[in-house]
Design a protein around this ligand. Structure first.
Ligand code: NAP
Ligand code: MG
Length: 396
């Protein structure tokens, strides 16, 4: 059988620990036998980040800017313990943060649904994708405790002042900000991704209470939508829908799913964990970073699964779920196929996704899914990390 040819390289960002082990195995058993894989490889494993003083992360992000599509393995974000473990000269920043900073993108997280693992919310039939604005608000806030009370004011660059509060006793105060520029790129990433997925887009804030701050988000989204996207949305047959955050929550719980929900930073932080749990498992959640100028970086939403890695190093059997990492690859290959007009590459990605889901639906899965799985006539059977990949390969 001749392999599927690629024209433009995929930017490949390798990572750490158990996911690095799976990464190699996914490539060799599920992709390379069928695709003449063309990648530009960047090793973001912590050893290489230390060796290059993190230049490799910057280079990888620039390569995604150049080629448009990347696929990333989970990576360690160093903390004090990792400093000793890897003998680091510096506590390197989170690679995801660095890449996001360079691409200026928004992260979209989507659960992978399989027949047999029902969402806790029984009316959800299709995935709900969360888009979280990853800049500003309380994450870049300034806070103070005012022990003696007194008047706190907000001083603006034009010299005017606004009273925040006149404290009669001890209290707390917080200053937060966002920028038009960041909100606009968040909006464009959301509109582009909705068009790419042909999916409705919802956006929610609390503009009735926050009449300037949250209202600015609402206005910027509305302006950009009218000027740049309304016609494209109409042509694609999809909708942009704005509502208050509390109304959005109520609607989400009653919905059938099948839309993208754009959230401000804090709302997205909270709601994405709620959705991931309600849909089943973090190991079944994919993540894609979309830049406002249309670059895509695909990854799994979970980390490097350290606990399993140490078992693996000791020669013990592991049963680590590779679904989200496989879907990172299929997402990236399908996108490359679409951009380069290679329908057979896109079709292969779809086939691999189907083989993965069919494997689980037939009852063969990793340990983490067994307790969640309920399907009449099918008794779930746990296999090890590599057995799961082999079972998928047998369906290709
Ligand atoms: P984690 O790697 O997501 O794992 C936490 C636990 O969740 C695991 O111990 C495991 O539970 C379960 N789990 C997660 N993914 C799984 C999978 N694919 N299959 C089966 N079980 C899975 O999070 P962490 O332990 O907090 O972080 C480990 C490292 O990953 C850290 O160094 C962190 O910096 C990094 N991290 C990277 C990213 C990224 O690159 N995007 C994201 C998050 C964390 P059991 O042990 O109970 O089986
Ligand atoms: Mg969180």
């Amino acid at each position: 059988m001749s392999k599927i040819k690629m024209t433009t390289p995929l930017v490949e960002l390798d990572g750490d620990e158990m996911t690095r082990v799976l990464w190699k195995e996914i490539k060799s058993t599920l992709i390379e036998p069928y695709v003449d894989l063309k990648t530009e490889y960047y090793d973001l494993g912590l050893v290489e980040r230390e060796k290059t003083q993190d230049q490799v992360t910057v280079d990888a992000a620039n390569a995604i800017k150049k080629y448009g599509v990347g696929v990333k393995c989970a990576t360690i974000t160093p903390n004090a313990q990792r400093m000793t473990e890897y003998n680091l000269s510096k506590m390197w920043k989170s690679p995801n943060g660095t890449v996001r900073g360079i691409l200026d993108g928004t992260v979209f997280r989507t659960p992978i649904l399989v027949d047999g693992i029902r969402p806790i919310v029984s009316c959800w039939q299709k995935p709900i994708t969360i888009a979280r604005h990853a800049y500003g608000d309380v994450y870049a806030g300034v806070e103070a405790y005012v022990p003696e009370g007194g008047k706190v004011t907000l001083k603006l660059p034009d010299g005017s002042e606004k009273t925040v509060f006149e404290f009669k006793g001890p209290g707390i105060v917080q200053g937060i900000h966002n920028t038009d520029r960041s909100i606009a790129s968040f909006a464009r990433s959301c509109f582009n991704y909705a068009l790419d997925r042909k999916t409705d887009l919802w956006f929610s804030t609390k503009d009735t209470i926050s009449k300037i701050y949250d209202h600015r988000f609402k206005d910027i989204f509305a302006e950009i939508f009218e000027q740049e996207y309304r016609a494209k949305f109409e042509a694609a047959g999809i909708e942009y829908f704005y509502t208050l955050i509390d109304d959005a929550v109520a609607r989400v719980m009653r919905s059938k799913g099948g839309f993208i929900w754009a959230c401000k930073n804090y709302d997205g932080d909270v709601m994405s964990d709620m959705l991931a749990t309600a849909f089943g498992s973090l190991a079944m959640m994919t993540s894609v970073l979309v830049s406002p100028d249309g670059c895509f970086e695909y990854e799994a939403a979970h980390g490097t699964v350290t606990r399993h890695y140490y078992k693996h190093l000791k020669g013990e059997e592991t049963s680590t779920n590779s679904v989200a990492t496989i879907f990172a690859w299929t997402g990236a290959l399908a996108k490359r196929g679409q951009l380069d007009n290679l329908p057979e590459l896109t079709a292969f990605a779809e086939k691999l996704e189907k083989a993965t889901l069919d494997t689980i639906e037939s009852g063969v899965m990793t340990k983490d899914l067994v307790s969640l799985f309920r399907k009449e006539g099918v008794t779930p059977q746990a296999v090890d990390s590599f057995g799961f990949l082999k079972a998928i390969a047998s369906r290709l």
